[in-house]
Design a protein around this ligand. Structure first.
Ligand SMILES: Nc1ncnc2c1ncn2[C@@H]1O[C@H](COP(=O)(O)OP(=O)(O)O)[C@@H](O)[C@H]1O
Ligand SMILES: [Mg+2]
Length: 357
């Protein structure tokens, strides 16, 4: 079950493609094999190959760069939200450390591979025992991507293995949630944390890609892509590419059509109606969104995102956000009716009436 969850939520169908790509690529030299193939997903085409191309999280990347330059890298765990460059970083690290030996000296196991106790025992053991000629002072690397989807049992099997082969092998783990990695493994690794990328960082990367690909865009279009991506570079690039492929022009209307999210301007209007205590107008917008068929969870998430940036008095905004959070909990708990969302509007109107402006 757990394995499936992660596959869908994060890696999607591209996971296995990544693995094959890599093995092919690593046989060659450093030259990037960028094909101007329409079908290449941009997330792969623009996957950074070196540390300097990785956007954001500068301090952590710098730390890794130091590790890699002295050669003696500890076991590491990179934890952070999806699409911020965890897998990319580990692959870049392995490439820098191992160079042309990448193919023989790296074992990559991700959530789509079988990672039960047996695999951990056998595959990792076999790999760790293999003799590979490496540059002096370097180690073989075992990459466990999406490690938080490994069962506790498999992780337990790993801890001993980690120590047993420590003079020939290093482990690099990536996960979304470091809580799901057992303590015993955490204490054997250096923990590096990645945060979400800032809007500015994503925007810069989008502009770069737009320039290379010759994408026709408007400023509000790119802002919409940044808004929908919420600090996730993978999502940003995917949304940009889908909009470009689908409409041949990236403006906000097209972006929200592709991403199938309620338009934030509409939501902003709705919230401002609540500030003016105009419940019927606010409800009209909500009913419209409901009729369009958006999922209640998508609606509430977007209400929150918009509310965060609403230009109203801070004290009122805090009350709004608290109320939105309460309704979010209810929706996630299963009370996901239009009634709940309408009640939220009524509550916001009341809050606005009782808070001095
Ligand atoms: N920090 C980053 N800088 C540049 N591109 C990034 C960054 N993070 C993610 N990307 C883009 O998103 C894609 C997926 O990133 P990945 O490293 O697989 O994310 P995850 O953190 O989920 O493992 C990369 O191929 C790259 O195109
Ligand atoms: Mg990843």
């Amino acid at each position: 079950m757990e394995v499936m969850d992660v596959d869908i939520a994060e890696a999607g169908p591209s996971t296995s493609a990544v693995v094959t790509n890599l093995t092919e690529e690593s046989t060659g030299s450093q030259t990037t094999t960028v094909k101007s193939d329409l079908n290449t997903p941009w997330i792969e085409k623009y996957r950074p190959k070196t540390f300097s191309d990785i956007v954001g999280n500068e301090e952590t990347v710098l730390r890794l760069e130091k590790f890699s330059s002295c050669g003696n890298v500890p076991n590491i765990i990179i934890a952070g939200p999806p699409g911020v460059g965890k897998t990319t970083t580990i692959l870049a690290l392995a490439r820098i450390l191992l160079g042309s030996a990448f193919k023989e000296a790296v074992l990559e196991l991700n959530a789509s591979s079988d990672r039960g106790i047996e695999t951990v025992r056998n595959k990792i053991k076999m790999f760790a025992q293999q003799k590979v000629t490496l540059p002096p002072g370097r180690h073989k690397i075992i990459i466990l991507d999406e490690a938080d989807s490994m069962t506790d049992g498999a992780q337990q099997a790993l801890r001993r293995t980690m120590e047993l082969w420590s003079n020939t092998t290093r482990f690099a783990l990536a996960c979304n949630n470091s809580d799901k990695i057992i303590e015993a493994i955490q204490s054997r690794c250096a923990m590096l944390r990645y945060g979400k990328l800032s809007d500015q960082e994503i925007m810069t990367q989008l502009l770069k890609v737009c320039k290379i690909e010759g994408v026709s865009y408007s400023a509000d279009g790119l802002e919409a892509v940044v808004f929908t991506s919420q600090g996730d570079m993978r999502q940003a690039l995917n949304n940009l590419q889908s909009t470009w492929n689908g409409f041949k022009h990236v403006d906000s209307t097209n972006v929200f059509k592709v991403c199938d999210e309620p338009h934030p301007l509409l939501i902003k209007e709705m919230l401002l109606e609540c500030v003016d205590q105009n419940i019927s107008k606010a409800y009209k917008i909500m009913a419209h969104l409901w009729k369009l068929g958006y999922a209640p969870e998508d609606i509430i998430v977007n209400i929150f995102r918009v509310a965060k940036h609403l230009e109203i008095k801070e004290s009122l905004k805090l009350k709004f956000i608290m109320e939105i959070g309460q309704v979010h909990i209810r929706i996630v708990g299963g009370l996901n009716s239009l009634l709940q969302l309408s009640a939220l509007l009524a509550k916001l109107c009341t809050l606005s009436a009782t808070t001095e402006k």
